[in-house]
Design a protein around this ligand. Structure first.
Ligand SMILES: O=C(O)C(=O)C[C@H](O)[C@@H](O)CO
Length: 245
C-alpha cells in the first residue's frame, strides 16, 4: 500500500498490517528527507519492504535517499532507456555509476559500522522504474532491458493522462497498454508491478502476471473510513460539508 501521510506512526501501523510492501511516496505527498528517515526507522522492525518514490528522477535526491538508508527506489516518469540508465547510474557508486561517497556520514552505512559497505552497497539496492506515459509504453522493451533496472512499475493514472484519457485508468485502451507493458517486462525477465485501487482491476492485473501491486493508500483509507463513520452518525452530512477547507 501507499504511505502518503508523512507520519511515522501511520507508517508503523501500516507496516504491521500483514501487507508485505509499503511505498512511501514523495512525488505526490508531503514527504521530505526528515519524514522519510523517520518512517524508515518506524517500519524497520516489521516484516515489510519499504520502497520510496522520490518526486523526480534526480541524482542528487537519489543520493540523499540512499544515504538515509533507502534500499528500494521507485523512480517516477521514466520515459526512455536513457532516463532508466540515469536512474541506475545515480544509485550506484563508480565505476558502475555516479553516486557520491558519504558513507562515513550516512545511515546507509551506519556511519561506517557496516564492513565493506562501499564494496557491497550495490547488492543492497533495488532500482525500480515507472512506466507511465505513452512514450514510455513505446519504449517499454528498452526501459525494461536497461542494465541495472531491477523491476518495472506501471502507473495507470499518468499513463491514462498521457493518452488523453485523464482520470480514466480503467479505460480499455489504458488497461490494454498496461497489459502490454506487463508482457514486455516479463519477456525482458524483469519483475513487474502496477497500481490498481479497484479490486476487479487489481485481480485482472494479478491474472496477467504482475509480481507486485499497490492496492490502497493510507490517506484514501482514512478519507473513506472517516466519511463512513460520519455518514453513520451524521447521515445528513456529506464529505466536506461539516468543515471548511
Ligand atoms: O500514474 C500512476 O498511476 C501513479 O504513478 C500512481 C499515482 O501517482 C498515485 O497518485 C495513485 O493514483
Amino acid at each position: 500500500m501507499w504511505v502518503c501521510s508523512a507520519s511515522p506512526l501511520v507508517a508503523e501501523i501500516c507496516a504491521g498490517s500483514g501487507l508485505d510492501w509499503l511505498l512511501i511516496d514523495a512525488e505526490h505527498s508531503p514527504n521530505g528527507l526528515e519524514a522519510i528517515l523517520a518512517q524508515l526507522q518506524a517500519v524497520r522492525s516489521y516484516p515489510v519492504t519499504a520502497v520510496v518514490r522520490p518526486p523526480v528522477n534526480d541524482a542528487v535526491l537519489i543520493k540523499q535517499y540512499l544515504d538515509l538508508g533507502v534500499q528500494s527506489l521507485l523512480i517516477p516518469m521514466v520515459h526512455t532507456a536513457d532516463d532508466a540508465a540515469a536512474a541506475v547510474a545515480a544509485a550506484h557508486y563508480p565505476p558502475l555509476g555516479i553516486r557520491g561517497v558519504g558513507s562515513a556520514l550516512a545511515r546507509s552505512a551506519r556511519w561506517n559500522r557496516i564492513p565493506d559497505y562501499l564494496a557491497r552497497a550495490s547488492e543492497t539496492i533495488t532500482v525500480m522504474v515507472q512506466i507511465e506515459s505513452r512514450e514510455a509504453v513505446e519504449n517499454a522493451a528498452a526501459i525494461a532491458g536497461t542494465d541495472g533496472v531491477d523491476a518495472v512499475f506501471i502507473g495507470p493514472s499518468d499513463l491514462a493522462a498521457s493518452m488523453g484519457l485523464l482520470g480514466q485508468q480503467e479505460h480499455p485502451d489504458v488497461v490494454a497498454a498496461v497489459e502490454h507493458c506487463i508482457t514486455v517486462a516479463k519477456a525482458a525477465g524483469k519483475p513487474v508491478g502496477v497500481n490498481a485501487f479497484a479490486e476487479a482491476t487489481a485481480r485482472r492485473y494479478l491474472e496477467a502476471g504482475v509480481d507486485f501491486i499497490l492496492v490502497g493508500a493510507d490517506v484514501a483509507l482514512l478519507a473513506r473510513g472517516s466519511e463512513a463513520l460520519a455518514a453513520k452518525y451524521i447521515p445528513e452530512a456529506g464529505p466536506g460539508t461539516t468543515a471548511s477547507y
